[in-house]
Write a protein that binds this ligand. Structure first.
Ligand SMILES: N[C@@H](CCSC[C@H]1O[C@@H](n2cnc3c(=O)[nH]cnc32)[C@H](O)[C@@H]1O)C(=O)O
Ligand SMILES: [Zn+2]
Length: 429
């Protein structure tokens, strides 16, 4: 299939320019960006009218637990440890694979409809998540979360993870890649983390882990190991493996240097951190130091949606108000965190930019709604005025998976029905 997008406002996130251009997609790649592209082939050619639309790289949600859409709105207004221990983990103990499948589809539909084309997930029943990704057409890094407070559970998690990686790495034409996901330094003892590091090196996959999310975590790690989470993980050698670290709310200057030195992807989840009152990550400082900072929504039960446009705006506003500096985290930087920089944070090299040779993961925003007028500055409009619902068309790996807000592969009504039924039953117990 060849796709030609005509006359769209194309964002170049390297030069931070917006130019009216055509985009030619051949197979799963962007083959050309330019003015008045001519295509000889008429068969198998799809033309998309890009007028009144802005094309940008698909958004990258760097941290999710996608099937947690099932618990959206079930337990709000609690701190992390109460929320996990008293509500979420008991409900999760009742989960079945089928529940996770429908919950994942619900989350994926929500992400596609708000412009996300890649997400990085940590959950369990990952075969079902992978099936949902495969069917939906989206791209994902998938990892089986491992909690090793009980060593037998850790061992089970690690075995399932290895099996999962061997089965799914590179599947769905490369849309699915995998990682190893020890849940956090407070739920995974050092001996277990060492086994995980060893396996990650053997399998050549990244590590996806929550780090320094709350003050509770800081005191637990201090009490157990006499240090901070980042230093603790560094001393275990964890960062020798490409690491995707979620949260990193509590990090000092020296730890920021450690994150930079090892090119740890620091995934900021501002809405989750605000809602659980976890704290404010020093994102502006990390960016200044050259840390690879990406953005994520976290699970829908602590956000409570998966809309990355809203998330990038929140990230910007949170840095501004916490530093009392309106120049902090400007429009272009927050857009980059949700796209090009987010891709680098996850270690992805062929997505996150609209560039010839890159994978064709492209979204078109409809800029004909009132919130896009007048057209002073397209970067400011996207960062501060756009909404998930402005996303009109979504292309992943060279395939249109949403056009004019209609999903081409999934039955949205059936997914809502199943996820609602299952979510209500799980929480009721
Ligand atoms: N409990 C599972 C695997 C854990 S998957 C990842 C876990 O992260 C939990 N989670 C979701 N959001 C957060 C967060 O912000 N911080 C820490 N954990 C979270 C989520 O509820 C899920 O249980 C088992 O070993 O059988
Ligand atoms: Zn999380």
């Amino acid at each position: 299939m060849t796709i030609l997008i005509k006359n769209a406002t194309v964002l170049d996130l390297k030069k931070f320019a917006a130019v009216e251009n055509d985009i030619l997609i051949e197979g799963n790649k962007i083959s050309k960006i330019g003015v008045d592209i001519e295509v000889n082939e008429k068969e198998n050619l799809k033309i998309i009218d890009g007028s009144n639309k802005v094309a940008l790289p698909g958004l990258i949600n760097g941290h999710t637990h996608v099937a947690m859409t099932l618990f959206r709105g079930a337990a709000d207004d609690l701190p992390l440890m109460d929320w996990l221990n008293n509500v979420i983990w008991p409900s999760e103990s009742r989960l079945t694979g089928e529940d996770v499948y429908w919950g994942s589809l619900l989350g994926i539909v929500e992400m596609i409809k708000s412009g996300t084309t890649t997400f990085c997930d940590m959950y369990f029943f990952m075969d079902e998540v992978a099936h949902a990704v495969e069917q939906s057409g989206i791209r994902a890094i998938l990892s089986r979360g491992m909690v090793a407070i009980d060593p037998a559970n850790g061992e089970k998690g690690l075995k399932e993870s290895v099996d999962f990686i061997e089965k799914w790495q590179g599947k769905a034409n490369g849309r699915i890649t995998t990682a190893l996901a020890p849940h956090a330094p407070y739920t995974c003892p050092p001996e277990f983390l060492k086994d995980v590091i060893w396996e990650a090196k053997r399998l050549n996959v990244p590590i996806n882990i929550h780090i320094s999310e709350t003050l509770d975590e800081i005191s637990i790690i201090k009490e157990r190991y006499g240090t901070t989470p980042v230093r603790h993980l560094e001393s275990l050698g964890l960062f020798e493996v490409k690491t995707i670290g979620a949260h990193l709310v509590y990090v000092d200057d020296e730890e920021i240097q450690i994150l930079k030195r090892y090119q740890v992807g620091a995934i900021h989840n501002p809405q989750s951190n605000m809602k659980l009152a976890s704290g404010i990550a020093p994102v502006a400082k990390m960016l200044e130091a050259g840390v690879l900072v990406g953005l994520g929504t976290d699970g829908a039960a602590s956000n409570n949606d998966l809309d990355m446009i809203e998330e990038l705006r929140t990230a910007s506003y949170l840095q501004k108000v916490s530093s009392m500096n309106p120049e902090a985290l400007n429009a272009k930087t927050s857009i980059a965190m949700a796209t090009s920089l987010g891709a680098r944070a996850l270690g992805l090299t062929e997505v996150g930019l609209l560039q010839e040779g890159y994978k064709a993961d492209i979204i078109l925003l409809n800029t004909n709604e009132t919130n896009f007028y007048p057209r002073h500055n397209i970067f400011n409009l996207i960062a501060y005025s756009a909404k998930g619902a402005d996303v009109d068309t979504v292309i992943v790996d060279g395939e249109v998976i949403m056009e004019k807000r209609q999903l081409t592969r999934l039955d949205e009504e059936k997914i809502k029905f199943e996820a609602n039924k299952r979510g209500l039953k799980l929480v009721a117990g």
